[in-house]
Design a protein around this ligand. Structure first.
Ligand code: E4P
Length: 217
C-alpha cells in the first residue's frame, strides 16, 4: 500500500519523507489556501517545491470546470515536473479531460468520488487514480470504508489498472481498514502517519529495557 501525505505544508511533507515511507503527496485548493499560497504563479512554484522534496506522485488540482480550461490547466501543471499527477474533479467535462490527458500520457487522479459508479467512469476514462473520500462519507452517517472495499472489488473483477486512492483518511483506524480491504494508496495528514508509531506498551517496554540495561552496566 502506498502512503501519500495530504497537505501542502512543506515541512510536514519533508518530515514524512524523512521517515522513509512516503510515496507521494495530495493537495487540493483548500489545503493550498490553508498554507497561504494564492495566485497562479505562487501555486505553480509551490508544486515545484513539493516535487523537489518527494520522489513521485504529486497531485496538483485544476480549478477550472470546463473541458478546454481543464485541458489547458492540466497540461500546464504536467509541465511543472514529471512527478505531477493532474487532479480532476468527477464531473462530465472532468471525465472527458481524463480521457484526453491520459491519451497524452499525462497521469490523472479523479477526485471527489462518492460512489462506485463515479469510480467506474473515471477508470474507463483512463484515470491513474480514483480518490473516494471516506471521511466525508462518514461525516454524513455512511460508512466510507464500504465504498473503498466496493471499488477495490470492482476494479479487481475487471483488472482495471486505475489505483484506488483512499482519501479523506482522518485517523489510524481508517488507514488500517484501508489496508484490510486492499486500497492501493491512502492519503492522510502527517498526524495519522506519525500516529501509527504510537503504543503505550512500546513506550513503557522501551523504558524498562533501558532501565534494566543501566542496572547491569
Ligand atoms: C484528497 O485528495 C483530499 O485532499 C482530502 O483527502 C480531503 O480530506 P478531508 O475530507 O479531510 O478534507
Amino acid at each position: 500500500m502506498k502512503f501519500f501525505i495530504d497537505t501542502a505544508n512543506l515541512s510536514e511533507i519533508q518530515e514524512a519523507y524523512d521517515l522513509g515511507i512516503l510515496d507521494g503527496v495530495t493537495t487540493n485548493p483548500s489545503l493550498m489556501a490553508k498554507e497561504g499560497i494564492t495566485g497562479s504563479d505562487n501555486i505553480l512554484k509551490h508544486y515545484k517545491d513539493i516535487c523537489n522534496i518527494v520522489d513521485d506522485n504529486v497531485s496538483a488540482e485544476v480549478i477550472s470546470v470546463t473541458l478546454d480550461e481543464m485541458l489547458k490547466e492540466g497540461r500546464a501543471l504536467a509541465k511543472i515536473d514529471d512527478k505531477i499527477v493532474v487532479k480532476i474533479p468527477m464531473i462530465k467535462d472532468g471525465v472527458k479531460a481524463i480521457k484526453v490527458l491520459s491519451s497524452e500520457g499525462i497521469r490523472t487522479n479523479c477526485t471527489l468520488i462518492f460512489n462506485a459508479g463515479q469510480a467506474i467512469l473515471a477508470a474507463k476514462a483512463g484515470a491513474s487514480y480514483v480518490s473516494p473520500f471516506m471521511g466525508r462519507l462518514d461525516d454524513i452517517g455512511t460508512e466510507g470504508i464500504l465504498l473503498i472495499e466496493q471499488i477495490v472489488h470492482i476494479f479487481d473483477n475487471y483488472g482495471f489498472e486505475t489505483e484506488v486512492l483512499a482519501a479523506s483518511v482522518r485517523h489510524n483506524i481508517h488507514l488500517i481498514q484501508c489496508a484490510e480491504v486492499g486500497a492501493d494508496v491512502v492519503t492522510c495528514p502527517l498526524k495519522v502517519i506519525t500516529g501509527l508509531l504510537k503504543h503505550p506498551l512500546t513506550d513503557s517496554g522501551l523504558e524498562q529495557f533501558l532501565a534494566d540495561y543501566k542496572k547491569g552496566n
